[in-house]
Design a binder for this molecule. Structure first.
Ligand code: AMP
Ligand code: MG
Length: 472
């Protein structure tokens, strides 16, 4: 039986969209983890760890797969790079699942490609385990995301500031088409390429939309909903460059991504984000900026772009209000309001302001509210909470089932930075116990499992992780 049902439609696009490429040879691949549940939805029926290690290291190309690196461009921290691309990733192929879904299978860290620039195309264990944990948590928490199918060590040492164990993540995505994919063709004025990419993306993700404009407005709906979900979990993506913004509306590329502990709107972990462009509360503004880049690229497909411009501009200009409505809905549910509106914004922001002042832990405060488990203790100055609570209680009296609403919106735990770091440090010396334990806990993030109570504790001054890195 073949490994999976490969059918790579992206290769029906012109050759300038990608380069066929093989993975670098991994000297001694070893399987760390394999997502059996996800594998079975993909129709993968392989279980032998040695076979899996060969496939997920790229040493063995499964029957029917035709690996390639995709080209794209992107705005990185606001500056346009006309050519990026899969510099440390290989798209092994698209799998058509037993239920007919089409999903990309991608290795991340599998060696150089024509788009590697000065990089080595490799990854070390840290970012591989980090992305595995964060993306599987996001999925379990109900956030659209790429998934993690497997992680292997390669048996090779990769050189960063220090020698580190090489590793490869296998991820699954609805596709890897990014805002930057459209920017690539638009910037070169390759309008045939742009149109081919548009048609392909529409057919794959938005079959109901009839025009580039309609597709754009559907992308907006998905991305607004996505960023609202991120913020509702205290998630900070960290590198919201346009090449890390998908057309499918899935979260992608967990480089320096992290979950906030003490709430503050300016929270930022990424070591390379000097000016806080991608700080927590900026994410709702940046997504508008990123979508504006997509709009400029797509507008070029119109016969008369100038005549169309006002309509397109209006669509982008409506985004901040849409984003704000989504944010209010999301945070409304976190305080038990089933359908919060702009009238509830002051109540929500009142709590957030108190949390910022009181250095309240994001996850634990909302969980304590849900369980009525002394939420005031989460605040350095509990009276900040007491004042807010009076208005909250009044508003709650209009709600039918606030507890159910909060239970569905407020997880018991998230993969805290210092726990992810602990899993990585243990993994570096070959102990994957902490990784597997954390993975098990975050795969059921809403269930209050006492065995994982220690994972809900915020970091201390000693073990706090204050900076995260881009994952190269
Ligand atoms: P990121 O912002 O981490 O998604 O990466 C931006 C670009 O840098 C992408 O085109 C990556 O493929 C490329 N890149 C990142 N790390 C490496 C690496 N170790 N080797 C080659 N290319 C890399
Ligand atoms: Mg990226």
């Amino acid at each position: 039986m073949p490994f999976a049902n490969f059918d790579t439609s992206y290769q029906s696009l012109p050759e300038r969209f990608y380069t066929r490429q093989m993975a670098a040879h991994a000297p001694a691949p070893k399987l760390i983890v394999f997502n059996e549940t996800l594998a079975s939805t993909l129709g993968i029926d392989a279980h032998d760890p040695e076979v899996l290690a060969r496939v997920f290291s790229g040493n063995e190309v499964p029957e029917g797969a035709t690996p390639m690196a995709q080209v794209y461009a992107g705005h990185q921290f606001g500056n346009f790079s006309p050519q990026l691309g899969d510099g440390r990733a290989l798209l092994i192929g698209e799998i058509v699942t037993p239920t007919g879904a089409r999903l990309d299978l991608q290795l991340k860290g599998s060696g150089r490609t024509p788009y590697s620039r000065s990089g080595d195309g490799k990854a070390w264990l840290g970012p591989v385990l980090r992305e595995y944990l964060l993306s599987e948590f996001m999925h379990a928490a109900g956030v659209p995301t790429t998934r993690a199918l497997a992680a292997v060590t390669t048996g090779e040492t990769v050189l960063r500031e220090r020698p580190l164990p090489g590793a490869i993540l296998t991820r699954v995505a609805s596709s890897h088409i990014r805002v930057g994919s459209f920017e690539y063709f638009a910037a070169r004025r390759d309008f045939d390429g742009l149109r081919a990419l548009y048609t392909y993306t529409r057919d794959r993700h938005y079959p109901g939309s009839k025009t580039p404009f309609e597709m754009l407005s559907e992308v907006i709906t998905r991305q607004v909903s996505l960023v609202a979900k991120w913020m509702g979990l205290g998630f900070i993506h960290g590198v919201m460059n346009t090449d890390n913004t998908t057309l499918s509306g899935e979260t992608i590329d967990y480089g320096p991504a992290a979950f906030m502990e003490a709430y503050h709107p300016d929270t930022l972990y990424s070591s390379i984000d000097q000016f806080g462009r991608y700080a927590f509360s900026n994410q709702s503004k940046i997504i508008v900026w990123n979508i504006a880049q997509l709009a400029s690229a797509l507008l070029a497909l119109e016969d008369n772009p100038e005549a169309e411009l006002p309509k397109w501009q209006a669509l982008i200009e409506a985004m901040p209000a849409q984003m704000e409505a989504a944010r209010v809905k999301t945070f409304g549910r976190k305080i038990g309001l089933s359908a919060a509106t702009s009238e509830d914004a002051a109540l929500i922001d009142g709590l957030l302001a108190a949390m910022a002042k009181g250095q309240a832990d994001f996850t634990n405060t909302f969980h304590a509210l849900t369980k009525n488990a002394k939420p005031r203790d989460q605040f350095l100055e509990p009276r900040l909470f007491d004042e807010w609570q009076i208005t909250w209680q009044k508003r709650l009296s209009q709600e039918a089932d606030p507890i159910a609403c909060m239970e569905a919106a407020n997880p018991y735990l998230v993969p805290r930075n210092h726990r992810v770091e602990e899993a990585i440090q243990a993994g570096k010396v070959g102990d994957y116990g902490p990784f597997h334990r954390l993975l098990k806990a975050i795969c059921a993030p809403y269930s209050e499992a006492q065995e994982f109570a220690d994972l809900t504790t915020p970091a201390t001054d000693e073990n706090a992780v204050r900076q995260t890195f881009c994952g190269t």
